[in-house]
Design a protein around this ligand. Sequence first.
Ligand code: MG
Length: 374
Amino acid sequence: MGDLAPYAVDDGNSRGRAVPEPRPKARGEFQRDRDRIVHSTAFRRLEYKTQVFVNHEGDLFRTRLTHSIEVAQIARSIARALHLNDDLVEAIALAHDLGHTPFGHAGQDALNECMQAHGGFEHNLQSLRIVDRLEERYGAFDGLNLMFETREGILKHCSTARARDLGELGRRFLDGRRPSLEAQICNLADEIAYNNHDVDDGLRSGLLTLEQLEGVSLFARHAAEADAEFPHMPGRRRVHETIRRMIDALVTDLLAESARRISDAAPRTLDDVRAAPALIAFTDTMQAENRLLKGFLRDHLYQHYQVLRMTNKARRIIHDLFGAFVEDPRLLPPQYLEKAATESVARAAADYIAGMTDRYSVKEHRRLFSVGEL
Ligand code: MG
């Protein structure tokens, strides 16, 4: 960690941990948070959870794990360049998707449908629930007992109704205040990472074509730059030379615009940052181009019939599992029932299902519904 700006989060201005602990001996508090996340069970499960492509569709596609590592890389570069806390952004980035269900957004939507009468399901809140409650690793507390600012960064968004139940952590949604700049960075680093790696995975899978992407200005411009520098490059290299330029352009734009906004708002403390409008942002021009790319991915990749076939199957698996557990809670592993004892069977089922990897949920579905399977 280099020189920190006075409005960066650091061990000294942090609101600390819910359960007080002695200071770590040879590392900072946010390094300790990052380390706790890396050692958690939920983190290892990310390896077998879908980003867009289901884990068994190919070894080279992104998973939630490699996605989270790419987000951490981009977020760290931005944080360092702006003299912000790169240990904190790494911790947030590695934890931001811990609450994701199997099968990506299809899984989350399905579980949310199941949970409508029981308070809903939201992967952001689930990430927080994992680090606050569900991980069982320490003698003195449930969860990982992370620093306030790490938890604040994990909770990207939440409804006003939910915010009321979250105490101190929910306050900013009610008061219309911003989180730390480190949290704001992770938000946009997430977007930079998935927009770009989904282009790469989309092309690799053959669901997207180069001809289609030539119609997207951000891609076309950087492909032309790559062609000018390296004419006659073979396919995969050309794709990579284009995507690395796109990432670089987005990060460079973000750095310049954020530095400008920070200098205009002139925050002196972390509190000033929380009271200011969003200071980490793209220029309007880049924001517009980014939106076009997002729209393109939604129309041509996320809604591709082959992806929809998978999401349809995922929805059925999640609904079936949830239905079976709620109908007969004795089918649930008892520790989940105990954990959610003060809440509901539905919440226990949601915790169990959300924690499943893609392949585990398929296996569990077979165990519960397939005659002849044990
Ligand atoms: Mg993400």
